[in-house]
Design a protein around this ligand. Structure first.
Ligand code: GDP
Length: 188
């Protein structure tokens, strides 16, 4: 028993000496079927994954990202399936996902951006994500349309294919960069 305690003690000290990575919460919004779960699970395969524990289970998608020599953990939350108390959990960024082969999902995304900017938050990082760009011949929403709506609501814009793992790394890095920029008091 005593040996066990010593072993645990040493482990705790090691953890205590490690600098705590910044921990950020990212809310993932979008109608069913646009690829929210696929995107978050593809983040796990990123080359920017850091050294802390990564978990991907129901209700818990924590991804450690190493960018510019600094580690941060991003906790991805889908408010429809994950039970999160937003009174207790400050939100750092939103990603609003639509599917480029489904115009109605783009309309939902535009409404969501409007609500986020005008009714809920004004100053959080928001990224509009056009997913499923691999479905080229079924495409219903152009990149120009996506970009225009994003700039209308002062959001970043990204195009991805979760299925082909295309530009998913760039999205992950983009999310963290936006959060860091937002939290940097020196940033304009
Ligand atoms: P969610 O309901 O928004 O979480 O969507 P899911 O991640 O469950 O994806 C819904 C369906 O779309 C699944 O069958 C996925 O395999 C598919 N899907 C997700 N991303 C892509 C993509 O980039 N391209 C294609 N072709 N299919 C995708």
């Amino acid at each position: 028993l005593r040996t066990d305690k010593v072993a645990i003690r040493i482990k705790t000290d090691d953890v205590d000496n490690r600098p705590m990575p910044d921990n950020f919460t990212v809310v993932v919004l979008g109608p069913p079927g646009v690829g929210k779960a696929s995107l978050t699970s593809q983040f796990m395969t990123s080359e920017f994954i850091g050294v802390s524990d990564n978990t991907y289970r129901d209700g818990e998608k924590t991804i450690s990202v190493l960018l510019d020599g600094e580690e941060s953990t991003l906790n991805f939350v889908d408010p429809v399936i994950d039970e999160v108390d937003f009174e207790e959990t400050p939100i750092d960024a939103f990603i609003v996902v639509f599917s480029t082969n489904d115009r109605s999902s783009f309309d939902v995304a535009a409404d969501t951006l409007h609500q986020l900017r005008h009714e809920f938050v004004t100053n959080k990082a928001i990224i509009l994500v056009a997913n499923k760009i691999d479905l080229v011949r079924k495409r219903q929403v152009t990149a120009d349309e996506g970009r225009a709506v994003a700039s209308q609501f002062d959001c970043k814009y990204a195009e991805t294919s979760a299925a082909l793992n295309h530009h998913v790394d760039e999205l992950l890095v983009g999310i963290l960069s936006q959060i860091r920029l937002q939290n940097d008091p020196e940033a304009v």
